[in-house]
Design a protein around this ligand. Structure first.
Ligand code: DP6
Length: 397
């Protein structure tokens, strides 16, 4: 084989606390509102991507979790993302004669998730973020993450937020060409490293409409939606950023829960209505409010994306308080454990008013409706790795 260039990186999943829902431009993926998210730790959820460019390759190809994905390789989203990155490289080559003209070569991309794609977690966000950062590295582009986020956004809107760690905002922008619709850091990971997340993976029969078509239906048919984008979100965006700067968990949690409810309300207000939350999701909402009432303090917040899974945000110092409930319910589910022993958890909860506890009458149906518990925390943005998923011939190892 003639000379090749390779790069490998990992990228995180992000879960929005202020939801992106609605596009004002479907081809450039420009949103109708700004959004905010927390980047989750790659130790638990990540996409790893390697890319190779070679003059010998005859087309751009992509392998996802071991299988070649012809549909995605030929999709408009992927070709748009790749051609934007190749264009950036071409401009560099035009300025610097010493650079090899790899912008005209084809690339092979190999990508794997360390979590089941079927779990319905934000895999497209981590996937497109990984792809953009990996190819940018391959092409030795000197653009910063905000600049690259505009390209990732065209792959999948939420992907632009996975280019940063910690707490991230996607500023919607107002220009028609999308040049001001970009991700920025609200606060880095080390500003509030105590932020933790507990993902309750709910059994999904079949996913309702995809986010892409769901949001189009909402934009077209929901009356609530207009109020959400004109009044509710702009105010909440500023309040939520402040709650993160101030490390005000009670406010952050309240805004997060209200925004999840507002987003799902616009789904229900679409015509015909879209249901992403199922009965288990609704029971989890109730449980979270009961837990907060039990402690007389907001220690946990829920949020739901375009599916029934719950993501619960809480602070490390309240882990024992939350786990006393979560572990009591889910201890028989395999594949996870808390750092506390059963005795510790039981003893902890028995210190509380037993009458109040009885009143709670935990709805154990929630347990039947969930398949997995994932405990994770706020994490860093994309990371460069040495190990490659591609062999010397340009194929998955
Ligand atoms: C509910 O980013 O998956 O998770 O831009 O069409 O690819 P496309 O949509 P996508 O939508 C995510 C919607 C959400 C909210 C959020 O992540 O902000």
């Amino acid at each position: 084989m003639s000379s090749t260039y390779t790069a490998s990186i990992t990228a995180p999943v992000n879960i929005a606390t202020l939801k992106y829902w609605g596009k004002r431009d479907t081809s450039l993926n420009l949103p109708t509102n700004s959004s905010i998210s927390v980047t989750l730790d790659q130790a638990d959820l990540k996409t790893t991507t390697s890319a190779m460019a070679s003059a010998d390759f005859t087309k751009d190809r992509l392998w996802l979790n071991g299988e070649e994905d012809l549909q995605l390789s030929q999709s408009k989203r992927l070709t748009q993302v790749l051609s934007s990155l190749k264009e950036k490289r071409r401009l560099r080559e035009a300025k610097d004669e010493s650079l090899e003209k790899i912008s005209s070569w084809f690339v092979h991309i190999v990508s794997v998730n360390n979590f089941p794609t079927a779990a319905g977690l934000a895999s497209s966000a981590a996937g497109f973020a990984a792809l953009v950062v990996c190819i940018a590295k391959l092409f030795e582009l000197d653009d910063d993450m905000t600049e690259l986020s505009k390209i990732a956004r065209q792959g999948s809107g939420s992907a632009c937020r996975s280019l940063f760690g910690g707490f991230v905002a996607w500023e919607m922008g107002s220009l028609a060409d999308g040049s001001d619709s970009k991700a920025v850091e609200v606060c880095p990971l080390n500003h509030w490293p105590e932020m933790k997340a507990c993902v309750l993976v709910a059994c999904a029969d079949k996913k309702d409409v995809s986010s892409t078509s769901g949001m189009q239906l909402t934009v077209k048919t929901s009356d609530l939606f207009q109020k959400r984008i004109d009044e509710v979100v702009p105010e909440r965006f500023e309040q939520m950023k402040k709650s993160i700067h101030d490390k005000n968990f009670a406010l952050f949690a309240e805004l997060t829960m209200k925004d999840s409810n507002s987003f799902h309300a616009t789904c229900l207000d679409s015509y015909p209505p879209i249901f992403y939350m199922n009965d288990t999701s609704k029971k989890i909402v109730k449980l979270v409010h009961l837990i907060n009432a039990f402690y007389n303090e907001t220690i946990v917040a829920y949020t739901f994306d375009a599916g029934p899974n719950a993501v619960l945000y809480y602070l490390e110092q309240n882990e024992l308080k939350l786990m006393s409930f979560i572990y009591a319910m889910f201890k028989d589910l395999n594949g996870w454990e808390t750092k506390y022993s059963t005795e510790e958890l039981n003893k902890f909860i028995s210190n509380y008013d037993s009458l109040k506890l009885q009143e709670l009458s935990l709805d154990m149906e929630i347990v039947k409706g969930c398949t997995r518990v994932i405990l994770t925390r706020v994490g860093p943005g994309p990371l460069t790795i040495k190990e490659s998923l591609i062999n010397e011939h340009g194929f998955p190892k």
